[in-house]
Write a protein that binds this ligand. Structure first.
Ligand code: T1G
Length: 711
């Protein structure tokens, strides 16, 4: 007889032990116990071994380390779609688990996501600690559950909850999972002990197979509404994406036919999605978001500073939002302004932002108060001497920034990081105003700073590795995606968006309407067209930057004509009620004949022959302008990898995630085709369209930006 704790290696990845009459199957596949090859087999071996052991009355399956199973091994998908790895077939294994004669108790901590939840649902019971989460996030990878998730989840949790989880991909916490029927019990204290105890209690009792439970499936009237509402919501919130609709279809099939028929339909939908470009793009984004944290010349064990106190200079839109990020992370933050009025206005906006979240049920009033209590207001540098980081978020002017950096250089403690939220200006020049350039770095947040995920971290020539490493870790703590950029005008994002916006404006000068340009890009998948985006951000922001850099403009090179004129007319966009569009009191935009007349007048004055322009040309001229400049940024080392550029655009500029980012999109079009178009534009529009040398080289070699990253 096996004594308690006897270890039998079922495979490298799954352990088999016994605690009296309960067999314990433990998955050991760090970091997240993904269902890599060998894991499903090991689980099955363990269950079969327990089934054959007369001393065993029940079985517990549990994850070793920090979590249960976080899903199929996403790293395998590329091999499957490339045909070098057989297709995923978890079904038979899950049916065998379900057919176990002895009750199988799934013990969940951390996350049971995707295939992890599907394995758990093939068990007869599921118990979890209160901090556990369960979910089917596959749609975030452009796929759907591929191992019976869309068939078992409605049987446990009901059709509405299953549609919500499978089509939108958000996890649910243990309390919700218990309430809706996914979990049977929440374990207080040690999970394994609780699960073994639970297993003993159910030993010998009749155990239901999830696939045979149908009581929650059949409410035709209600189901019809559930599917219709979900489809409408998916079309609106997951615009352009195919997987959410496929997931809804798979759940719908579960309500109509047998379990096995449902699994067949699910499998064919899963395969269609897995082999789609959208899925490849979303998986590219998933791994890219983790890749950007890896900086080749900054070792993982680089010393970092402890950020326990922050200070922000400027309580404007950006400063207030930045301060909220620190308060949200539980880091006390001082906000300094120059007048009480500006301070009060800024704090009022912070309070309104939190109240909005409370009103939407996203935040409890208690948490709002906790966060507000982290914020201290001041009109002086009082308290700055204790700060571990000071973030400057004032007006985008070099003179003012240098003055501020020279002031805080005298006040801040030696190990305090001095960060600028500048969106474009030279970090080295700002650092030159201090005696500690090694402590100076760019922390470029994106508006609204408390919402947008992207944090562009700009290293100056002198910025120390410790300050960079601290900044990358701080990004995660602030729930941001930190991307490291080199120092140049506009860094990564704004340098590229300058070219994108330039082409959008050229297109309206050449004959496209304002609405046509914005609609073409909205239909491509952008959250908002470039001209509408300018109106939202404020046309005066770009106007001020153009004036700051006027002296750098090359004579004879075409520049946009209209935006500066709009600003001269006081048309800054939404904030003044008019820009490219005119806005009613609800900020609803409409076309403005004044703008049309202005465009025609300026085009005529510049001798620009207006013509009918296709939507395809609009998309190519604007998106390839991003790609061409992105290739230059890559070649200059301003971005470490092409995927870093993609992550910037997915998290800071509303680029459709299911297209993977501008560089991934260019790879899917084929760099040869992209180069050909750019060369056409160069012939027609001159040097602004000179192909980036790296793009030209990769295209001529038949390579991709992905291959560049792989070198
Ligand atoms: N496969 C392979 N690697 C994974 C992985 C996965 N499923 N999940 C995470 N990793 C890697 C990740 O790349 C990183 O690697 C490390 O683990 C830590 O991850 C059959 C077909 C679980 C909430 O979509 O949501 O199941 O950078 O930094 O912040 O129907 O990882 O260290 O080299 O994110 O603590 C469905 C995806 C798959 C879950 C943990 N499952 N993962 O977050 O750590 S499809 C998912 C996550 C599927 C079935 C279908 C998160 C996490 P590296 P991390 P974390």
């Amino acid at each position: 007889m096996l004594k308690k704790g006897t270890l039998l290696k079922m495979s490298e990845l799954v352990k088999y032990t016994r605690d009296g009459n309960v067999a314990i199957v433990t998955i050991e596949n760090p970091p997240v116990n993904a269902l890599s090859p060998g894991v499903p087999e090991g689980i099955l071996e363990g269950i079969e071994k327990a089934g054959a052991d007369r001393e065993v009355g029940a079985i517990v399956v549990i994850g070793g380390g920090r979590t249960f199973i976080a899903g199929a091994d996403i790293k395998e998908f590329g091999k499957i779609t490339a045909g070098t790895r057989p297709r995923l077939t978890l079904y038979p294994a899950l049916l065998k688990i379900e057919d176990s004669k002895k009750p199988v108790v799934m013990a969940i901590h951390g996350t049971a996501f995707g295939g992890g939840l599907e394995v758990a649902m093939a068990g007869h019971y599921r118990v979890a600690v209160a901090s556990a989460q369960v979910g089917q996030p596959e749609v975030k990878l452009g796929i759907i559950p591929g191992a019976g998730g869309t068939q078992r989840l409605p049987r446990l949790a009901g059709v509405a909850k299953a549609v919500e989880m499978c089509a939108f991909g958000e996890p649910v916490d243990a309390k919700t999972a218990l309430a809706c029927g996914i979990l049977d019990k929440i374990i207080d204290g040690d999970l394994l002990q609780g699960a073994v105890k639970f297993a003993r209690e159910v030993t010998g009792k009749l155990a239901y197979k999830t696939r045979e439970r149908g009581e929650k499936l059949h409410d035709a009237g209600r189901n019809e509404t559930v599917f219709a509402v979900a489809r409408e919501h998916a079309r609106r919130t997951k615009r352009g994406q195919t997987a959410p609709l496929a997931a809804i279809e798979a759940v719908e099939v579960a309500t109509r036919g047998s379990f096995l028929d449902g699994c067949d339909r699910e499998q064919s939908l899963f395969q269609e999605c897995l082999f789609s470009t959208q899925s490849k793009a979303l998986i590219h984004a998933f791994f890219g978001e983790r890749m950007v944290a890896k900086i080749p010349d900054i070792p993982k064990d680089t010393k970092t500073y402890d950020i326990k106190k922050a200070a922000v200079i400027g309580a404007g839109t950006m400063g207030g939002g930045i301060a909220m990020n620190y308060a949200n992370a539980g880091i006390p933050v001082i906000i300094k302004e120059t007048t009480q009025e500006a301070l009060d206005k800024g704090f009022a906006i912070i309070k309104k932002n939190y109240q909005n979240s409370v009103n939407k049920g996203k935040l409890s009033p208690e948490t709002m108060q906790l966060r507000l209590d982290k914020v201290t207001l001041g009109l002086t540098y009082g308290g700055f001497e204790q700060a571990d980081i000071i973030v400057e978020a004032v007006f985008e002017g070099m003179a003012l920034k240098k003055q501020i950096f020279s002031e805080i250089d005298k006040i801040a403690k030696p190990e305090c990081i001095l960060a600028s939220n500048t969106s474009t200006l030279d970090i080295d020049e700002i650092a030159s105003a201090t005696k500690r350039p090694q402590m100076v770095i760019g922390h470029h947040f994106f508006s609204p700073a408390n919402v947008m995920k992207l944090l562009e971290i700009v290293r100056g020539k002198a910025t120390s590795k410790e300050v960079i490493a601290t900044s990358m870790g701080l990004a995660k703590k602030l729930n941001k995606v930190g991307v490291l950029a080199g120092n140049c005008r506009g860094f990564i994002g704004n340098r590229m968006i300058h070219c994108y916006g330039r082409e959008a404006q050229f297109l309206v000068e050449e004959g496209a309407t304002v609405e046509q340009v914005d609609t073409a890009l909205y239909d491509f998948g952008l959250a908002m067209g470039p001209l509408a985006m300018g109106d939202l951000a404020g046309l005066d922001v770009g106007w001020r930057i153009r004036k700051e850099f006027k002296h750098l403009e090359k004579p004879g090179v075409r520049v946009p004509l209209v935006a500066d004129q709009l600003c001269e007319m006081g048309r800054y966009g939404q904030k003044t009620g008019a820009g490219w569009y005119k806005y009613d009191q609800n900020r609803t935009p409409s076309g403005d004949p004044v703008v049309t007349a202005l465009i025609e007048k300026l085009a005529r004055g510049a001798g620009i022959e207006r013509r009918t322009i296709s939507n395809d040309e609009i998309v190519d001229r604007t998106i390839y302008a991003l790609v061409n400049e992105g290739a230059r940024i890559l070649e200059e080392g301003i971005a470490l990898r092409a995927v870093d550029i993609d992550i910037v655009y997915l998290n800071g500029y509303g680029f459709p995630v299911w297209r993977g980012g501008p560089m991934f999109y260019a790879d899917t079009v084929g760099l040869t085709n992209v180069l050909k178009k750019i060369q056409e534009f160069e012939k027609r529009h001159g040097e602004l369209w000179a192909p980036a040398p790296l793009l030209k080289k990769l295209a001529e070699q038949g390579k991709t930006f992905a291959s560049f990253d792989a070198t």
